[in-house]
Design a binder for this molecule. Structure first.
Ligand code: CYT
Length: 481
């Protein structure tokens, strides 16, 4: 492995050889700017535009309330997202390896399994959606061919690894950023907005809160893999720059395309989102939809790369002698991608519709994990972990299952259920009382954060007391011998 001086900018110079191993100091590289581009570049894409559109179409909000909800939700959710990002330079391991520090080696598997299923689902949904939108603008390209093209781009990026994904995001920062600006000018200035634009929709608390919730959850959904993309940063760059650059990259990179989507929702309510975008940017729609669909491949490369690292983490936990390098990463990625392609090409939209409900559940189960992880890292252990123990079969000092963390996590999942809305399948009683608003992520954070903090403190206190009691017993034993 060639020496890479600290502070060097990320480049697509070679295939990454590490997978889940700790990144040694002499292989650390990258600048704070990379933290901005990786999150700015990957968020500007067709899916964030469509998600922003929900504010004015599904939730019926007027322009000001939609914009405010999008800003508040993203700025709030990004705090959690960026706090995870700031862990990467310190520990140099993927997030799902580091979570063994809270849950124990086997305990963490519960979370890692949920995360694999979630990202595989994201991956498939994005393939189907991106493939359809590519096909809608590129003549003679079928949706299925679009799906295969996007999958090929994602698997290439995953095989090449970290550097290529960063380089891809850097290019998309400029390409998607410029196209986004152009789309705004085209949709709202070149075609002046009708006078009804600012009077359409009715501001309601539940519509506003639903917008906040969707935007916040968009950000929190990145939590399980954010630090995978900051783990090569030199430790001495510190947590603060990683936090702030990720924070502004992901929040601005999401707010702007969501604004575009919300605005287009007001221009063309009731239209299919991609058709509405095509119509609103008539004249340059091929460029807009094509670049935003290609942007989807960058996000999806991240979903596949993370899903692959998580799968390797599961195998390594069961077989501690297993060492995965570039070749194993390629094999696992190929396996996951084949599975995803099989589903995307056969069930397509049917899968996306069914999977969306399941996704709500999976996302819900992420929030308590985020709370446990962040409280443990920032308030209980202050970033102080024995990284080598993450790779021990028995979990080293973190044990096989850390029951207090697992129980706090499960309490969090249960507490959220009455607050949840799972598509048309289930509306919790509290969500119903709140006018059909899902604020389960707030309930999860508010309950689990203090619960875990005090539980961890109490357990640590108990362990110290036991250790202190054991000392005189030992001393007596020794003098007696
Ligand atoms: N909001 C998202 C988080 C993670 N993956 C995605 O594709 N999208």
């Amino acid at each position: 492995m060639s020496e890479q001086p600290a502070g060097r900018r990320e480049s697509a110079a070679g295939v990454e050889s590490a997978t889940i191993q700790p990144i040694p100091p002499d292989e650390r590289h990258g600048t704070n700017r990379d933290m901005f581009t990786i999150w700015f570049g990957t968020n500007i894409m067709i899916l964030s535009v469509v998600t922003g559109g929900l504010a004015t179409t599904l939730f019926g909000q007027p322009a000001w309330s939609a914009a405010l909800g999008i800003v508040v939700g993203n700025l709030f959710g990004a705090v959690f997202m960026a706090l995870h990002s700031a862990q990467g330079p310190r520990l140099g391991v993927p997030q799902m390896v580091q979570t063994k520090g809270q849950f124990g080696s086997w305990g963490a598997l519960l979370i890692v399994l949920i995360v694999v299923v979630m990202y595989l689902g994201f991956f498939i949904s994005i393939l189907v959606f991106g493939g359809q939108s590519l096909a809608s603008v590129i003549p003679h390209l079928s949706s299925k061919a679009g799906i295969v093209l996007l999958a090929a781009a994602s698997i290439a990026a995953t095989i090449w690894g970290y550097s290529l994904i960063h380089a891809y995001a850097r290019i998309m920062t400029y390409a998607s950023g410029a196209v986004l600006l152009l789309a705004f000018v085209w949709a709202f200035v070149v075609h002046p907005v009708p006078h009804t634009f600012f009077s359409t929709g009715e501001a309601t608390l539940s519509g506003f809160m639903s917008t906040v919730s969707v935007a916040a959850v968009w950000q929190i959904a990145y939590a399980p893999y954010v630090s995978d993309y900051s783990r090569y940063m030199p430790a001495k760059t510190g947590s603060k720059p990683a936090f702030w650059m990720s924070y502004w990259g992901t929040s601005i990179g999401s707010i702007l395309p969501m604004f575009l989507g919300a605005g287009i929702g007001l221009l063309l309510p009731g239209a299919d989102p991609i058709a509405a975008l095509t119509q609103a940017t008539a004249g340059i729609s091929l460029l807009v939809v094509a670049v935003f669909s290609i942007g989807v491949a960058a996000t999806n490369a991240m979903n596949l790369y993370c899903g692959t690292l998580c799968t390797i983490t599961i195998v390594q936990t069961c077989l501690p002698r297993f060492t995965a390098r570039g070749r194993e990463r390629a094999l696992v990625a190929a396996g996951l991608c084949t599975l995803a392609l099989a589903v995307a090409l056969t069930s397509g939209s049917g899968f996306v519709a069914t999977y969306n409900n399941f996704l709500t559940l999976l996302l819900g189960s992420l929030v308590p994990w985020t709370a446990v992880n962040l409280v443990d890292f920032y308030l209980v252990r202050h970033g102080d972990y024995a990284v080598e123990d993450f790779f021990e079969r028995d979990g080293g000092r973190y044990g096989r299952v850390n029951w207090p963390a697992v129980l706090c996590y499960l309490v969090g999942v249960v507490v959220q259920i009455p607050f949840m809305i799972i598509g048309t399948a289930y509306t919790g009683p509290i969500a119903k009382a709140l006018g059909n608003t899902d604020i389960s992520f707030i309930a999860g954070l508010v309950v689990v954060s203090p619960l875990y903090y005090f539980t961890a403190r109490a357990v640590a206190g108990l362990r110290t007391a036991v250790a202190v009691e054991e000392v005189p017993v030992l001393a007596q034993g020794e003098t007696g011998a």
